[in-house]
Each structure stands twice: as structure tokens, then as C-alpha cells.
Design a protein. Structure first.
Length: 216
């Protein structure tokens, strides 16, 4: 498989399937296309029909949405715990991942992912604080109900954690204070060797995207 991604410093959408595949040890080749440059659009069109990242290539199969990629991986690797095994728990995991996939617009707008930056206190608008409150509620419920067997939302690492990993990085960048159980969860995500690898690569990038640097 080949996974087409964007800049590691900025591309939260790319991080999700990349992190899932690395943590679950699914083999893939990485192709990074810098975003929003003068040739980015043409380069992306060579690899993805949507012109966006991430996109997964598996032979003749092309999957160009992060949630669709996760579901495709779950089908291709039925023996790997992409989602929780229990049907009821799996349904909840899909719900919280899909909520992240389609929601939290204020958080995305005012706290864009930026591994290199540190902007404590910036972007804390009332709408963003409401998004943070909802995310904290999701994390708290999942940890209380299903976290007994491990440090992640449903115990073991699953796609749901991959979807919230970019949020964890945002909370670090913008100095978000979390309740204890949520901070413990965020720390567990941050401690993943794969996420540390992504962070190091993102910080090493010199490429700058002005739209993702609203605070200079």
C-alpha cells in the first residue's frame, strides 16, 4: 500500500491513517506532497482524484478520505483490531470518530494543527471552548466505560484514537487545560513512538503554510 500525505507539521487529516497504520504495524509506503505550494495542485492530481490528502493506494484501488481509508483497512485486515471487537463498543467508537471527522469546526479554524508552534491561550473563543468541552466529555465517557484494559479510549489503541490524535497535538500547541482523566489520555497518545516520530518530522520541516499560521 502507498499512503499519500501532506506536510507533517500541518496535515491533521494525513496524521490519522498514518498513525493508525504505524501503531498497528500495517506495511505501507509514504509519499509526502507539500501542500499549498505553486505545484501542489498538479502533484496531488497525479495521486488522488480529489486533489486532497490523505489518499491510500492499494494496487488499482484508490481511497481518498481518511474515514474511508480506515474502513478499508478494517476490511483488508480483519485480524487486526482497527476497531473494538464488541459490536456495541465498535458502534460507539465509530460514532466518536465520525463526530471528529465531520465536526468541531471552530476548533479546526482557530486552533489549526501546528507541531512546531506554541501559542498558549490563543484561539480560545467561546465556540472553541464549547468544542473542547464536548471532546472532553467524549474522552471522559469512553475512558470511564471502556478504558479499564488500557490507556486509550477503548482500552487498546483503535481508529478512534487515531482520529483524536491531531486534537491532542492542538491542545499542546494552544495550551488547553484538561481534566485529569483527559490529560492522562492525551499523555498516552503523545507518548506513542509513532506520534513522536511524526512530531519530529513535522518540526524538522521548513515549509510554511501561511493559512495555518494565524498567530504568526
Amino acid at each position: 500500500m502507498k499512503l499519500v500525505i501532506g506536510n507533517k507539521n500541518y496535515s491533521s487529516w494525513s496524521l490519522r491513517p498514518w498513525l493508525l497504520m504505524r501503531v498497528l504495524d500495517l506495511p505501507f509506503e509514504e509519499l509526502l506532497v507539500p501542500l499549498y505550494g505553486p505545484e501542489s495542485r498538479e502533484q496531488l492530481r497525479l495521486h488522488t482524484p480529489s486533489g486532497k490528502v490523505p489518499t491510500l493506494h492499494d494496487g488499482d484501488v484508490v481511497v481518498w478520505d481518511s474515514l474511508a481509508i480506515v474502513e478499508y483497512l478494517a476490511e483488508q485486515y480483519p485480524g487486526v483490531a482497527v476497531w473494538p471487537q464488541d459490536a456495541e463498543v465498535r458502534a460507539l467508537a465509530r460514532c466518536v470518530a465520525a463526530e471528529m471527522h465531520s465536526g468541531f469546526t471552530a476548533l479546526r479554524t482557530h486552533m489549526p494543527m501546528n507541531c512546531r508552534a506554541s501559542h498558549p491561550g490563543r484561539g480560545h473563543t467561546p465556540e472553541v471552548l464549547a468544542d473542547i468541552e464536548r471532546i472532553a466529555a467524549v474522552w471522559t465517557e469512553c475512558r470511564a466505560r471502556f478504558g479499564g484494559s488500557g490507556p486509550f479510549l477503548f482500552g487498546d489503541f483503535t481508529a478512534a484514537d487515531a482520529f483524536y490524535a491531531p486534537v491532542v497535538t492542538r491542545f499542546v500547541t494552544y495550551g488547553v487545560t484538561l481534566p485529569g482523566v483527559c490529560q492522562d489520555y492525551a499523555d498516552a497518545v503523545l507518548a506513542l513512538p509513532a506520534l513522536q516520530e511524526w512530531y519530529a518530522a513535522g518540526r524538522a520541516e521548513s515549509y510554511r503554510i501561511a493559512a495555518s499560521e494565524p498567530y504568526g
